[in-house]
Design a binder for this molecule. Sequence first.
Ligand SMILES: Nc1ncnc2c1ncn2[C@@H]1O[C@H](COP(=O)(O)OP(=O)(O)OP(=O)(O)O)[C@@H](O)[C@H]1O
Ligand SMILES: [Mg+2]
Length: 365
Amino acid sequence: MIKQTLEIAIIDDDEVDRETVCRLLKGQHTCYEAATEQEAYSLLEEHAIDCVLLDYHLPKADTFKLLSSCVDHFIPVIVLTGDERPEVIVKTLQQGAQDYLVKGDVNQTMLNYAIANALEKVSLRKRLDEKNHRLEEKNEQLRKLASDLTLAEQRERHRIAQILHDDLQQQVFGAQIMLRSVQRKLEKSDAANLNGIYEQLERIIRISRELTVDLSPPILKGEGLFETLRWLGDEMYKRYELEVELSQGSNLSIPGESMRIFLFRVIRELLFNVVKHSKTLQAHISLEEKEDELCIKVKDQGAGFDTTRLEPEHQGFEHHGFEHQGFGLYSVKEQLELFGGHFEIDSQIGAGTQVVLKLPGYILL
Ligand SMILES: Nc1ncnc2c1ncn2[C@@H]1O[C@H](COP(=O)(O)OP(=O)(O)OP(=O)(O)O)[C@@H](O)[C@H]1O
Ligand SMILES: [Mg+2]
């Protein structure tokens, strides 16, 4: 609510001009006068000024600095001008003044209207500013939550990987040794019958080793995303014969552990998609820092697909509980947004697929 009686600062080196404005406001508001920059700052410091009427021709003064100091403190400013040079008026309005009045033309109605209007605008700006601030805080909390969740999930994966490695693999290995010793005591033909079980145990060890690495890739401990991706590329080749070509604009390092883990998982999902859906065995990853954004492209020249199928109305899981057509890309999108990023998919049937991940540049700091 706007106060009835306002505290108004009139900042003007010309006494007559100050007096004229003061007279128009008299009886209605409390006026304070300042003739110099110094006096103006003292006024603003000593009183809870509601509105400033500012002569922008104040001699030996940095009027724009004074103006921006008022703007920073949400004090509405109406500029008093002697001439009407549009570029100066435009500049004051761009710098945050709410309005301007031409000295000599001002009457009481105009002045009161301009003040009420300026107060209203600043109060709106303040409310908007507070809302944006609260929104920014919420976003920050979300990013922190996403990061904590990624780390907690990774810790849990690491714990399971350790159980697999230290307990399960050892147990199966022990069973293999026992089997061999039993085989030695058996007739040759009976012993050969048990070879199948030995090979099955061998497969269990191999699967469990792969699972250990999948759950907790040792490379994630380092800082370089490039090295991590090179390792991932090698793994994709060993397991699926997918050749991954890597390129980067500059040497990027991602100091945040949760971000590194997150990007690793996302890119692994995209490479899996190439293996599963593209009908090619080649993919290209490029890393680039562009216009204060980290830009990661995962590209293949394979089968491509119709991206309209990813729109919500085509997504089974949106309508039929868990009966979904694919969760990977949906989950990538959701998580990226939590980390303040977004992604773009470009795909055409027969011409391949390109997924671009974009993340705010501050993750590199
Ligand atoms: N590189 C690609 N080449 C061709 N089609 C793709 C590619 N990536 C994704 N797609 C298409 O987009 C769909 C959605 O991908 P998404 O990763 O969400 O699901 P999915 O891989 O099928 O299953 P999930 O990831 O849940 O195991 C895929 O089913 C596939 O049709
Ligand atoms: Mg997938």
